[in-house]
Design a protein around this ligand. Structure first.
Ligand code: NAD
Length: 177
């Protein structure tokens, strides 16, 4: 029996309820899921505040809380490379074999489509609210961001002093203007 594996890749800055929904929905279709943590080299900016390791913690704790069998997922940090044309080969080298890519990002979809992977576009959940950009904006402005992320993400952000970090970075950038 061959194992069906699917790949999801995202910056997850931070990991939010939309990401969680897509992962749980994809797990209904595949035996195993590979979760690529994109732009893994990025951290400590207002656009990319959290390290790859911190984002892995958010995802892992969410999956544990959802009682997902740990044999059914791989979480792989994935650094960006300058060359879009060979990015899929780079991703392939870093991950277990997979047959299907799940993404709503047109560039990601296109690059995998051109390499003959099956590409699926999962439904979007409250995209206006459940977006990294919206959540980071709320973190900076002391608005409610907690309701848009799983409780696991709230806990990790507390543990790593994440709100002070992003607010500090936002101030620094303002002073530089
Ligand atoms: P993201 O965190 O915005 O989204 C991740 C996935 O979750 C996407 O498929 C998105 O459609 C889905 N999603 C987000 N919000 C959702 C919601 N509310 N409901 C349902 N689904 C939702 O990340 P992204 O920007 O798609 O990440 C792509 C990564 O791939 C980036 O890190 C990028 O740098 C990397 N990349 C690198 C190269 C290269 O290195 N050359 C090329 C292409 C992409």
């Amino acid at each position: 029996m061959s194992i069906k594996r699917g790949l999801i890749i995202g910056r997850m800055q931070p990991f939010h309820k939309g990401h969680g929904q897509v992962i749980l929905k994809t797990l209904e279709e595949v035996d195993e899921i590979i979760i690529g943590v994109g732009s893994a080299q990025m951290s400590h900016t207002t656009n990319d505040p959290f390290t790859a390791g911190e984002r892995i913690m958010m995802i892992k704790r969410f999956l544990v809380e959802e009682n997902v069998d740990s044999l059914r997922y791989y979480i792989v940090p994935m650094e960006d490379i300058e060359m879009n044309a060979v990015w899929v080969a780079h991703v392939k080298m870093m991950t277990p074999p997979f047959s299907t890519l799940y993404s709503g990002n047109p560039l990601v979809q296109r690059l995998f489509y051109e390499e003959n992977y099956e590409v699926k576009s999962p439904p979007l959940y409250s995209r206006k609210l459940l977006s990294g950009r919206e959540i980071r904006k709320r973190m900076i402005n002391n608005d409610d961001w907690q309701s848009l992320v799983p409780s696991s993400t709230v806990e990790i952000i507390k543990e790593i002093d994440g709100i002070n970090r992003i607010q500090h970075l936002a101030k620094k950038e303002k002073n530089e203007e």
